[in-house]
Design a protein around this ligand. Structure first.
Ligand code: NAD
Length: 333
């Protein structure tokens, strides 16, 4: 069987996912959801999608009656994910939702419950969870090759352009760099260390309050503490380009990735030498693996379900709380 996927939100990232789907064996583009008739026209022509598999934001609940679509992939601005996922679950379709899964843990919890009630799967668009070099480091750690893990460093950032974009709107993005790019360091710390953190501390720096308005973070530095004694030191920013590095150290060895999360080839190195597993377009690999998870109940090495998305939202909530209070915040994931 092949996973037949409808894309919701035909913007920049959806364009990459559609390209990835073109080279998949087990997943294919089967439907389109957009508020822009012109995009529906050009996309359906390009990908050969029949009119009956195209929807807008008013009528997409009718996807319930469409036997040609198995799952909807939500690729819209962050603030829309919550309501859209609830509607898709109600329509009885599996959901893949882009990161961040929602604006906060409360919304995330509601999405998980809605999908559970509807008996549909909920996955989060974490593409790095399927990347070969990343998985090799996880394998090494699990095999004990790095020894006991003591430290992780996650640096995630880029210099954001156009001040008018939704990513710089508190209302549509739910925050700033942390929601968008810092989440890679948060999430990476968990799959690299192999544990969930029990506390966070965080400090915010804002150099441009015109561009980064109230509630939109430019730079946040945060620390995480793990039950086994490891600590993580991370930076999330919208003010530096080429900031994309993971570094993991145990008492026997180290592993690093740089770039760690960019779209191109991921490069890595450990105390044993270079990591250079071949590059496969991340979006293609992700969709291939997600088809296996949804259709065959396959279990990925690093989980990508709603519960994983929720853990990251709980950490994000705690980081914002720690920024506000200036105090360490305890976590129970
Ligand atoms: P984008 O601005 O390029 O596309 C967003 C799309 O949503 C546009 O087509 C826009 O028309 C549509 N949209 C629908 N309702 C809207 C509304 N009310 N306001 C504004 N736009 C609306 O953004 P993007 O870069 O494609 O990001 C979309 C989502 O994908 C975000 O949640 C983002 O975090 C995520 N993303 C993930 C990755 C990844 O590597 N996993 C990469 C980029 C983006």
């Amino acid at each position: 069987p092949v996973l037949r996927v409808a894309l919701m939100g035909l913007g920049g990232y959806a364009t990459l996912v559609a390209r990835g789907l073109e080279s998949c064996q087990r997943a294919r583009l089967a439907g389109l959801i957009s508020g822009t008739p012109e995009k529906i026209r050009s996309w359906s022509e390009k990908y050969g999608i029949a009119g009956k598999n195209c929807y807008n934001y008013e009528n997409f609940d009718q996807i319930r009656d469409n036997k040609d679509i198995d799952a909807v992939y939500v690729i819209t601005p962050n603030a829309l994910h919550h309501e859209q996922v609830l509607r898709i679950a109600k329509a009885g379709k599996h959901v893949i939702c882009e990161k961040p899964m929602a604006l906060n843990a409360r919304e995330g919890q509601e999405m998980i419950e809605a999908c559970r009630r509807a008996k549909v799967k909920l996955l989060v668009g974490y593409r790095m969870h399927f990347e070969a070099n990343t998985l090799e480091i996880v394998r090494m750690r699990q095999a004990g090759e790095l020894g006991k893990i003591r430290f992780f460093q996650g640096l995630s950032g880029f210099r954001i352009g156009d001040p008018g974009q939704w990513r710089l709107s508190k209302q549509l993005a739910g925050g700033g760099a942390l929601m968008d790019i810092g989440i890679y360091a948060i999430n990476g710390s968990r799959y690299m260390v192999g544990e969930d953190p029990v506390w966070v501390a965080a400090q915010e720096t804002k150099t441009d309050p015109q561009k980064f308005k109230a509630g939109v973070d430019e730079t946040i530095q945060f620390q995480l503490g793990f039950p086994g004694g490891a600590v993580a030191s991370c930076l999330s920013t919208y003010s530096m380009n080429n900031l994309d590095r993971f570094f993991l150290n145990g008492d026997k060895g180290f592993a690093e990735l740089q770039p760690a999360t960019g779209y191109g080839p991921i490069k890595g190195r450990t105390n044993k030498g270079e990591l250079a597993l071949p590059h496969v377009m991340h979006q293609a690999r992700q969709m291939e693996e997600m088809a296996g998870i949804i259709l065959e109940n396959k279990k990925p090495l690093i989980p990508v379900d709603g519960e994983e998305g929720l853990k990251d939202l709980k950490i994000i909530d705690a980081i914002y709380q720690a920024v506000q209070s200036g105090k360490k915040v305890s976590l129970k994931l």
